[in-house]
Design a protein around this ligand. Structure first.
Ligand code: NZQ
Ligand code: ZN
Length: 385
């Protein structure tokens, strides 16, 4: 096992009715800004529950944070929050609202020349305004990690950042808030969480059986609960299991002491930036192609994954690898998520654009072995056509 440092200070308030508990988690006298998205929280009663819990505080709000949150919009929130002298933020929504709020809290305290550099140049964040979250969409794990991904519409760029200062102080995970999710977002959430585990698990063995089995436990839970969640999003237990599995997939626990990949996410962000394809769908396109392309260097973990998650136990090595890749693709497709670039009417032009951008950016050494170069990205994307 590799050396590691583990730090995760996020307090989780899990279960029905927990929104009312936030009152105790926010400092007395805080001037709060509630951030949210396009309005789903106003239709399902979550907004009302939040406002009831905050009735003794001075509260302002900023709605309209888009899916794949826009830098341009977030900077408007920063201006408004500075004007109102906000001291605490509460993000209410999915990954986009939470990520957007992480950027807002970092930009609130930023003293450099251009806050875009927090993303584009990964300028270190040294302070941030504190914030909590109320999660309404199990998927990204943003509610229990310190990372965020932000899109700049004017340049079609999508970049991430993270810092120890952008962990939420607390996150409410009430499965009842997910009852209004459309099937498309549930499927996206399952595939995103599943992919988060694969990024941290399908690498090479370092004799870390506990991390392996925890990763497999999350994959098996998503495999079993995911289809039930799509079928019946108002089943409390199903949504509770799905929600906790998605959080556990990216809160840092399964990453400790093991190599991680993340090339699929890095490449996938380009497809969202250029074509607006939902984040999870970009992963469903890139992952199968990447696993096929890297099946030799990932062989041991792929065979273990095939055996323990999909029951692929017989046949030659190459037959088992093929069956494992097919089982993964079938799972994504069974959730209604297409797995080829051509399904999204994206072709070679886009591949060439991504390659050109990576060359300009000097992208190199992706993947757990730092052996995926720009030419490899081209071959992976070509395999996914
Ligand atoms: O905006 P509203 O009206 O709230 O509607 C949202 C949005 O249209 C809707 N929704 C959310 N909760 C709902 C609901 N509709 C009905 N009922 C509810 N309870 O769902 C739509 C999508 O929401 P969004 O927040 O965009 O989805 P998701 O949670 O999948 O977040 C995606 C973003 O997270 C980033 C992605 O790149 C993308 O920008 N990621 C963040 C990560 C992180 N911070 O660790 C890791 C991930 O890999 C990912 O990159
Ligand atoms: Zn993801």
């Amino acid at each position: 096992m590799n050396n590691f440092t583990f730090y995760n200070p996020v307090k989780i308030l899990f279960g029905k009715g927990q929104i009312s508990s936030i009152t105790k988690e926010i400092p007395t006298g805080a001037r709060i800004m509630v951030t949210y998205g396009g309005g789903s929280i106003k239709k399902n009663g979550v907004y009302d529950q939040v406002m009831a819990a905050l009735q003794d505080f001075e509260v302002s709000e900023f709605g309209g944070i888009e899916p794949n949150p826009h830098y341009e919009t977030l900077m408007k929130a920063v201006a408004l929050a500075k004007e109102k002298q906000v001291t605490f933020f509460l993000a209410v929504g999915g990954g986009s609202v939470i990520d957007g709020t992480k950027f807002i809290v970092a930009a609130m305290e930023y003293e450099g020349e251009n806050p875009w550099n927090i993303l584009a140049k990964r300028e270190p964040v040294t302070r941030a305004t504190p914030f909590g979250t109320v999660l309404t969409l199990p998927a990204t794990g943003s509610e229990m990690n310190s990372g965020a991904v932000v899109t700049r519409v004017s340049t079609k760029e999508k970049f991430s950042f993270g810092s120890p200062f952008t962990f939420p102080k607390f996150s409410v995970l009430d499965p009842e808030t997910t009852f209004t999710l459309p099937a498309r977002q549930i499927s996206n959430g399952i595939v995103d969480a599943f992919s988060h585990v694969l990024e941290q698990y399908l690498t090479y063995p370092v004799n870390a059986p506990l991390q392996d089995r925890m990763a497999e436990a999350i994959l098996l839970t998503l495999k079993e609960e995911g289809p039930k969640a799509v079928q019946n999003p108002q089943d409390y237990d199903t949504m509770a299991n799905f929600m906790w599995a998605a959080t556990m997939a990216l809160n840092g626990v399964i990453r400790v002491g093991v190599p991680t990949d993340w090339a699929t996410h890095y490449i996938g962000h380009e497809l969202t930036a250029l074509h607006g394809i939902d984040h999870a769908r970009t992963l469903a396109i890139v992952f199968p192609a990447l696993l096929r392309y890297k099946s030799e260097t990932k062989k041991e973990k792929l065979l273990q994954y095939g055996d323990r998650v999909w029951g692929v136990a017989s046949g030659s090595e190459s037959e088992r690898l093929e069956a494992t890749l097919q089982a993964t693709v079938d799972f994504f497709e069974s959730l209604g998520i297409k797995t080829r670039l051509s399904d999204y009417e994206v072709g070679e032009d886009t591949i060439n654009t991504i390659i050109r951008r990576f060359e300009e950016r000097g992208v190199k050494d992706l993947g757990e072995r730092a052996d995926i170069q720009i030419q490899d990205v081209k071959e992976i994307l070509t395999l996914s056509l």
